[in-house]
Design a protein around this ligand. Structure first.
Ligand SMILES: *Cc1c(COP(=O)(O)O)cnc(C)c1O
Length: 342
């Protein structure tokens, strides 16, 4: 199968497996795992943050960050189709106990006018009636709108608005490095405009396990306690961290190939009469499209029987390029979709 349903499908390469086999390990829970420490130090340098935590998953990064930034019953702002709202099993409400005010957008990126409008709604009645708004979340890149990359100026504007209102700012940066490659903006320049941020190693970076959450020293100290409380403190985690360190050294620049493949796929599908591409010029590695007439699910079934693995997000078929998808795979995918007779 051509594994286009997600960039989480990547298999560790032989060289990454070797780095994992050679990892020097210790007790991560007691902060004695040299490879986890190396990884978090590398991320602090990459993002210009004081401290960082190695965690098993991105979902846990979001949970810990939001728990650390808020108190139960606080109100937080997040995009209406954000991963934290749509795809994390509602964990925020059980772990952090917060209320989300969803901000609807076209492409996953909101601006000051959207925020002003939402803020107005949330402050129509005074406290104690209204829940206290304390946190704003961004998602870089925005998954469900097709991997949209925030520009640095867009993040800056939102961050400054939030600071004016006395809010903390958190960024779900699962695919932050895709945004870095797509925009040419260094990771640090994005991270300046958020108090906490994390990135995932199990998406396009191709590692089997791991994500790193970064922020101020006091933020990370508090988050470390919740990491322990929620069962995320590990033992010889360097086995996993070594794959992440390897990805930092070898798999960042190559994300450009994934973006190029996604563009090629997008423009080919955009030229087919039966197809409506939602993002004909994808910023990064995610493509959304549907049939103009008929059930897109039927097209997806046709693709599956022809060896192309994809997924659905709402009415759209979603295809994601990554290091296990070659130029040849893209050609084959275009051929298979072109052969569909609804
Ligand atoms: C994948 C993803 C997550 C969750 O990461 P896991 O490592 O799978 O827990 C969070 N946010 C976004 C935007 C994602 O794409």
């Amino acid at each position: 199968m051509v594994p286009l349903s997600s960039d989480t499908q990547t298999q560790p390469t032989p060289a990454m497996r070797q780095a994992i086999a050679d990892a020097i390990v210790g007790d991560e829970q007691r902060n004695l795992d040299p490879t986890s420490i190396e990884l978090t130090e590398r991320i602090c340098a990459l993002l210009g943050k004081e401290a960082a935590l190695f965690l098993p998953t991105g979902t846990m990064c979001n949970v810990l960050a939001i728990k650390t930034h808020t108190r139960p019953s606080d109100l937080i702002f997040a995009e209406a189709n954000s991963h934290i709202l749509r795809a994390e099993s509602g964990g925020l409400s059980s772990y952090a106990g917060v209320v989300i005010s969803p901000i609807a957008t076209q492409r996953g990126v909101f601006g000051v006018s959207d925020l002003d409008e939402e803020f107005y709604k949330c402050t129509q009645v005074p406290q104690p009636y209204a829940p206290p708004l304390t946190l704003l979340c961004m998602e870089q890149t925005h998954n469900f709108s097709g991997g949209s990359a925030w520009m640095k100026s867009e993040m800056k504007e939102v961050y400054e608005w939030a600071k004016e209102k006395g809010l903390n700012v958190h960024t779900d940066g699962a695919r932050l490095l895709n945004a870095v490659i797509a925009t040419g903006t260094p990771a640090k320049e994005f991270a300046r405009y958020t108090d906490s941020i994390w990135l995932d190693f199990t998406k396009g970076l191709g590692a089997p396990i791991g994500a790193v959450l970064a922020g101020s020293a006091s933020f990370i100290e508090k988050a470390r306690r919740y990491k322990h409380m929620y069962g995320g403190a590990m033992r010889q985690a360097g086995i996993a961290a070594a794959g992440c360190v390897y990805a930092l050294d070898h798999h960042i620049e190559r994300l450009q190939e994934d973006h190029d493949n996604c563009r090629v796929l997008a423009s080919a599908l955009d030229q087919m009469d039966m197809i409506e591409v939602k993002n004909p010029k994808p910023d990064t590695n995610i493509l959304l499209f549907k049939l103009k007439h008929g059930e897109s699910k039927d097209l997806l079934n046709h693709m599956t029987t022809q060896g192309i693995d994809g997924g659905m997000i709402g009415d759209d078929i979603r295809l994601i390029t990554h290091l296990d998808v070659s130029n040849e795979d893209i050609k084959r995918t275009i051929e298979v979709i072109g052969n569909y007779k609804g």
